[in-house]
Design a protein around this ligand. Structure first.
Ligand SMILES: Cc1cc2nc3c(=O)[nH]c(=O)nc-3n(C[C@H](O)[C@H](O)[C@H](O)COP(=O)(O)O)c2cc1C
Length: 379
């Protein structure tokens, strides 16, 4: 059990605004892959219940797990949910309905895995910006083993298909009742592969300087915006670190960050969400001259910013908000341990400790349920 002082007066409990959305507080469920959809990508009732629990627990905004966007190269894992058909959209209605009923807003994370695909029912090969083998190995908790294959370098038609997949998926997400979408540009997946100098060796307008490497993400946001109109929430998640590289930093530091945030604001994103994959916020946020990456994102873009990484440390969380480093806080692992984290903050109830065993041997809802049962019964 972690100990903290009661949250009365904690700035995370104040209402906020993201575009047209007005979440009841600043606490956001971070996107978390659970590989628990049907084999054809249809989200299940169990998933709807899982998401509704966070809303009942007081989170103002729930962001779903990364959801694949086309029937070509986007799928990252087997049993990942999709949003590529009217049937997918209809099934997601169960989630949006239950989350809304419990009083929270809900945003669908749109994800193209690119070279970091380890299970795709539509394809055996992978595609990315360049034919560069990814660092590290596939992730067992999402059902992968062994080294990543070297991706095929995407041509113009592949890129067009990927952009179209994001845009059409956003329309389906709106039809499914979502309050917005979040473009997954973080953690080493396709859009981050384009942004990253060592995975993007292209010599066309998508490669070379950072203005070119952020182009695909900006085109995706602009294409979505053109389809969904000015009022629908279109966030973007970015990170320096990656699932397969916990120490990466944008090589141009503040200059790169200013270019990236400016391009996404110009493309009419609604918010920016800065992830801290594998690290706490403060470790990944610090840039030159004492600037934080989230504070810089706010200043350069003028958009609401969600900070992430260890925000269940409520002392740090209060400082991040009060000192102007971010507007919202997303919480991952601690939300899995305590889906009612906002209520606990409000009434001073200690959080449950996160136990990585709840995601073993895979991060499925089934395994979490089994873990909970054995934790309760000692069996
Ligand atoms: C089981 C699990 C699955 C995750 N899946 C995603 C995902 O689908 N999309 C994403 O952007 N980040 C994903 N992440 C990263 C989290 O959103 C978050 O950035 C990370 O856990 C750090 O935040 P925390 O310190 O609050 O846990 C995942 C993390 C976990 C633990």
């Amino acid at each position: 059990m972690s100990v903290f002082t009661s949250g009365i007066g904690h700035p995370a409990l104040e209402a906020g605004r993201i575009g047209e959305l007005t979440p009841a507080n600043r606490l956001v469920v971070s996107p978390m892959t659970r590989v628990s959809a049907a084999p054809d990508g249809t989200p299940t009732d169990e998933m709807a219940e899982y998401y509704a629990e966070f809303a009942r627990g007081g989170f103002g905004l729930v962001i779903t797990e990364g959801t694949y966007t086309d029937t070509v190269y986007s799928q990252g894992y087997l049993n990942q949910p999709g949003i590529v058909s009217p049937e997918h959209a209809a099934a997601w209605r169960e989630t949006t309905g239950r989350v809304h009923e419990a009083g929270a807003a809900v945003v669908l994370q749109l994800m193209h895995a690119g070279a970091l695909s380890q299970g795709n029912r539509y394809r055996d090969d992978t595609a990315g910006p360049s034919a560069v083998p990814p660092l590290g190995e596939k992730m067992p908790e999402y059902g992968g083993h062994g080294p990543w294959p070297t991706p095929r370098a995407m041509d113009e038609a592949d890129i067009e298909a990927a952009v179209r997949g994001f845009a059409e998926s956003a329309v389906r997400a709106r039809e499914a009742g979502f309050d917005g979408v979040e473009v997954h540009g973080a953690n080493g997946y396709l859009l981050d592969q384009f942004l990253t100098d060592y995975t993007n060796r292209r010599e066309d307008r998508y490669g070379g300087p950072v203005t070119n490497r952020i182009r695909l993400a900006a085109e995706v946001v602009a294409a979505i915006r053109a389809e969904v109109g000015p009022d629908f929430c279109v966030g973007v998640r970015l990170s320096q670190t990656k699932v397969n590289d916990f120490t990466h930093r944008w090589p141009g530091g503040v200059h790169d960050a200013e270019t990236v945030f400016g391009a996404l604001a110009d493309a009419n994103a609604t918010y920016l969400h800065i992830a801290s994959e594998g690290r706490d916020w403060i470790e990944t946020a610090r840039m030159e001259n004492g600037v934080t990456i989230t504070g810089l994102a706010r200043r350069v873009s003028g958009l609401p910013v969600i900070a992430n990484g260890g925000m269940h440390d409520f002392g740090q969380a209060a400082k991040v908000l009060a000192d102007g480093h971010a507007d919202f806080l997303s919480i991952g692992r601690a939300a899995l341990a305590s889906p009612d984290l906002p209520r606990r903050l409000a009434d001073g109830t200690p959080l449950e400790d996160f136990d990585h065993m709840m995601l073993q041997p895979m991060a499925t809802l089934d395994n979490a349920r089994r873990w909970r049962r054995s934790a309760l019964t000692g069996a």
